[in-house]
Design a protein around this ligand. Structure first.
Ligand code: NAD
Length: 475
C-alpha cells in the first residue's frame, strides 16, 4: 500500500487488512509463525552493521554496546521463541474437581489479534523488535510505532519490516506523537507500550475507549542500596557500568544510591576510579570518550543540566564529572552528594548520566525512602546481609530485584520483565512476552447424558441439599 496516504488513512487501511490477516493466522500451523521469526533472525544477523550504524547516528552509542544491549537480547528472544514456541503453545490439561467429574478441561493460547507496539528511543531497536518477537510467536499481526527521537533507527526498522513482511502481517508507522495519536484511535486487540509513566496514562485512557488490553513497560526511580558490608570496589564497578552505559538512558539504570554512612567516602572514591577506567573520563578528549554514548537530544541535555543546577543550588556537591558540551549533547559521568530529598533530581526519573549518592545510618531509612516514592521498576541491593536483603525485598515493592549487580535482570531470558503500578503493568520477555500477546482461553468439555452438575439441578429437594452440604464441607 502506498505510503503517500495520510498516516491516519493509511493506519485505518492497514488495520482493516491486518484484521482479516489476523483471522487467517488463527488457523495457521505453528510453522508459519516460525518462518516469520526465522526471517527476522536472518535479516538481523545479516545486517548487524546497519543496526550499529543507525544507532550510532542517533546518539553515538558504541558498537559494542549496540551488540550487547540491542542485537544480542533480540537474538536471544528469537532463539528462545523458536526453541520453545511448541511448548508455549501447547494446550495445558487441567484437573477436574469432584463437582466437575463429568468434564474434561484444558487451557489453550490464542493470538490476541491485531496488536500495536509503541516504542521509546533509549534502546530503539531492542525495545521495538523484542516485543515484536513475542507478538509474532503468539500468532498476532502487528502495527509498530517506533520513536521519532531516533529517526535513523526508526527508518531502518521500517526498511527491515518492509523487506521481510507483508503489510497485513507487520507494518511500521514512523513519525511523531500525532502518528501515535492516530493509531490509538483504532480498536486494537492489544497495545504494548514502552515509555514514560506520563504517556503510559495517555495510552491506558485511549485503550479504555475500546477496552483494549495493555502491557505498559514504564520507568521510574530505581533505588540502589550499598550496605556497610558490601564489597565496595565490586559494587562501584557494577554501578558505574549499569548507570553510565547508554549514557544513563536506561529504564533499569540505578537512579540514585543510598549508601551506608560508614562506607560513603570509599564508595564515592571507588566509583570515580571505576568510572574513569570504564569510560576513560579522566581525559576531556572526545577521542577517549568513544565508549560513551551521548544524550539523545538538546531537550534532554537541558533537562538534565537543570536537574543538576537545581540540586547544587539546594546544597548538593558535585563529587566528580559534570563536564558539559552542549553542541555534542555531552555530560560526562557525574556523581553528586549531599543531595536534599526535595531537589527535583530526587523526584523525577533522571534518565541521564547523573547519579545522586545519599547517606543513611539506619537500614530502615532506606525502606522508608523507597516506600515514600512510586513503586520502582528495579531495586538493587549490594551487601552481604541476607537478613537485611530479605527485609528490603519483603518490605518494599518493585518490578524486579537484583542482588550484588544491576541491570542484568532485564535481559535474563527466563525471568519476567516489567514494572508494578507506576513503573508498569504486565510482563514481557520469553514465555511471559508470549503470554502478554495471547488470550489464555479455557475450554471445558462436558459429557452427554448424566453429569455431576445435573445432581444439583432444581427442584431443590432434600437430596440436592445433602449433596451441596457434602460439597461445601469436603470438596
Ligand atoms: P515517551 O513516553 O516520551 O515516548 C514513548 C513513545 O510514545 C514514543 O514512540 C512517542 O512517540 C509516543 N508518545 C509520546 N507522547 C505521546 C502522546 N502524547 N500520545 C501518544 N503517544 C505518545 O518515552 P521516551 O522518552 O521515548 O522513553 C523514556 C521513558 O521510557 C523513560 O521513562 C523510561 O524509563 C521508559 N522506558 C521504560 C522501559 C521498560 O522496559 N520498562 C524501557 C525503556 C524506557
Amino acid at each position: 500500500m502506498s505510503n503517500d496516504l495520510s498516516p491516519e488513512i493509511r493506519a485505518r487501511r492497514v488495520f482493516e487488512g491486518q484484521n482479516k490477516q489476523a483471522l487467517y493466522q488463527r488457523t495457521e500451523p505453528l510453522s508459519s509463525r516460525m518462518q516469520r521469526l526465522r526471517a527476522l533472525k536472518d535479516w538481523i544477523q545479516k545486517n548487524e552493521y546497519l543496526i550499529q550504524k543507525s544507532i550510532y547516528k542517533d546518539f553515538k552509542k558504541p558498537a559494542a554496546e549496540v551488540d550487547m544491549t540491542e542485537i544480542y537480547p533480540v537474538l536471544t528472544e528469537l532463539k528462545d521463541a523458536l526453541r520453545h514456541i511448541k511448548k508455549w503453545s501447547r494446550k495445558i490439561p487441567v484437573d477436574s474437581s469432584v463437582a466437575y467429574l463429568s468434564t474434561v478441561s484444558h487451557v489453550r493460547y490464542e493470538p490476541k489479534g491485531v496488536c500495536l507496539i509503541i516504542a521509546p528511543w533509549n534502546f530503539p531497536f531492542n525495545l521495538t523488535i523484542g516485543p515484536l518477537v513475542s507478538a509474532i510467536a503468539a500468532g498476532n499481526t502487528v502495527m509498530i510505532k517506533p520513536s521519532e527521537m531516533t529517526p535513523h533507527t526508526s527508518e531502518l526498522i521500517d526498511k527491515m519490516v518492509g523487506e521481510i513482511f507483508k503489510e497485513e502481517e507487520v507494518a511500521v508507522f514512523t513519525g511523531d506523537v500525532k502518528v501515535s495519536q492516530d493509531l490509538l484511535k483504532l480498536p486494537f486487540d492489544h497495545i504494548f507500550f514502552t515509555g514514560s509513566p506520563a504517556v503510559g496514562k495517555i495510552i491506558m485512557k485511549a485503550a479504555a475507549e475500546h477496552l483494549t488490553s495493555v502491557t505498559l513497560e514504564l520507568g521510574g526511580k530505581s533505588p540502589t542500596i550499598v550496605d556497610n558490608n558490601a564489597h565496595i570496589k565490586d559494587a562501584a564497578e557494577k554501578i558505574a557500568w549499569g548507570k553510565f552505559m547508554n549514557n544513563g538512558q536506561t529504564c533499569v539504570a540505578p537512579d540514585y544510591v543510598l549508601v551506608h554512612r560508614s562506607v560513603k567516602q570509599p564508595f564515592v572514591e571507588a566509583l570515580k576510579a571505576k568510572t574513569q577506567r570504564l569510560f576513560s573520563t579522566n581525559s576531556q578528549s572526545q577521542e577517549n570518550l568513544r565508549d560513551y554514548a551521548r544524550i539523545v537530544n538538546h531537550k534532554h541535555y537541558s533537562r538534565i543540566q537543570n536537574l543538576v543546577e537545581d540540586a547544587v543550588q539546594k546544597g548538593a556537591s558535585v563529587a566528580f564529572g559534570n563536564v558539559m558540551q552542549e553542541e555534542e549533547c555531552l555530560i560526562t559521568p557525574t556523581v553528586i552528594t549531599d543531595v536534599p530529598m526535595d531537589a527535583g533530581i530526587m523526584e523525577e526519573e533522571i534518565f541521564g548520566p547523573v547519579l545522586p549518592v545519599i547517606e543513611f545510618d539506619d537500614f530502615d531509612e532506606t525502606i522508608d525512602i523507597i516506600n515514600n516514592k512510586p513503586k520502582p521498576l528495579a531495586l538493587y541491593y549490594f551487601g552481604r546481609s541476607k537478613k537485611r536483603r530479605e527485609r528490603l525485598i519483603n518490605s518494599t515493592s518493585a518490578g524486579g530485584v537484583c542482588i550484588n549487580d544491576c541491570v542484568l535482570q532485564f535481559a535474563h531470558p527466563h525471568l519476567p520483565f516489567g514494572g508494578v503500578n507506576n513503573s508498569g503493568i504486565g510482563k514481557s520477555h520469553g514465555k511471559y512476552g508470549f503470554l502478554a500477546f495471547s488470550n489464555e482461553k479455557p475450554v471445558l468439555k462436558q459429557r452427554i447424558g448424566f453429569t455431576t452438575t445435573k445432581l444439583v439441578y432444581p427442584p431443590y429437594n432434600k437430596g440436592v441439599k445433602v449433596i451441596l452440604n457434602l460439597l461445601k464441607k469436603y470438596f
